[in-house]
Design a protein around this ligand. Structure first.
Ligand code: APR
Length: 260
């Protein structure tokens, strides 16, 4: 494993020869847009709760207003921020490879829409989308207006979730919570993309949360080179061939420049 502070000539050669690139992104790639990662301290009222405490069906069962409002507040925050140079570099790289007959696929653990707003196509949202809602009992999708909270202001007072128009049960966020199955179609698509890639880039994930953290390891079966982008060592750094130690807003544009 090479730990690097910049894109070296060797890495440039590797990236330039790759026509099929699989990118696995996590919360770190949205951090420079102003979306807090999951394992950073929460603010205000939310200081007492970790993401793990809020992102479970048990939490929703026992404190639906608290969990519901946390997600609506997070939606507001995401709507108030913009994609950063990491997102736009991936979109540029994807468009460049596609124009040349190759492909760059993105599978993300992020429930935000910043890859899409940067102009990229996302193959798989492994943990769903924060902008989807569905009935907690019958699964009926629910369309809701954009929330009116200020995502940068003090957390709002918890408000009850709406009820399902079909069965009257509570509507829940359409994200994947701890202990829940990932959408199989998304996981299978991401697995296939990693297995058929010439190079795999893992950007902004702690590598803690399974099964998403196991995806990069599929590259080991074929000896596909793995590149990590993270300012610090992660739980999966040991499996990497190259660790670019820096923010994705700097390292992804450098990789895209090397590739195109
Ligand atoms: N550039 C790249 N990486 C960064 C940056 C940055 N600017 N800033 C922080 N990071 C790294 C952190 O060092 C950390 O390793 O991003 C990672 C974020 O880790 P997590 O918060 O654990 O996010 P993620 O790995 O996406 O979490 C997985 O956990 O709570 C669940 O469902 C939620 O999808 C989420 C999942």
């Amino acid at each position: 494993m090479q730990v690097l502070s910049h894109v070296t000539d060797e890495l440039t050669d590797l990236i330039r020869s790759a026509t099929r690139v699989a990118v696995l992104s996590g919360a770190g790639i949205s951090a420079e847009s102003g979306v807090p990662t999951f394992r950073e301290a929460q603010t205000g009222l939310w200081e007492q709760f970790s993401a793990e405490d809020l992102a479970t069906s048990d939490a929703f069962h026992f404190a639906p207003a608290l969990v519901w409002t946390w997600y609506r507040w997070r939606q507001s925050l995401i709507l108030q921020v913009e994609p950063n140079p990491g997102h736009t570099a991936l979109a540029r790289w994807q468009q460049g490879l596609r124009a040349a007959g190759g492909d760059l696929s993105i599978a993300t653990q992020n429930v935000d829409d910043l890859h899409e707003r940067a102009g990229a196509h996302v193959l798989a949202h492994l943990h769903g989308s924060i902008f989807d809602h569905r009935c907690a009992e019958c699964g009926e999708p629910a369309e809701l207006p954009v929330p009116g909270y200020d995502g940068f202001a003090a957390p709002p007072e918890p408000e009850d979730p709406p009820t399902c128009t079909a069965c009257g049960a509570l509507v829940r966020p359409g994200v994947v919570w701890f202990g829940e199955m990932l959408p199989m179609e998304a996981f299978d698509a991401a697995s296939a993309a990693v297995r058929s890639a010439d190079v795999v880039v893992v950007a902004g994930t702690s590598g803690i949360v399974q099964p998403a953290a196991s995806l990069p390891l599929l590259a080991l079966e074929r000896g596909t080179p793995l590149i990590e982008i993270n300012p610090v060592e992660s739980d999966i750094s040991d499996a990497m061939d190259y660790c670019l130690r820096g923010p994705s807003g700097t390292m992804l544009p450098a990789l895209a420049d090397a590739a195109l």
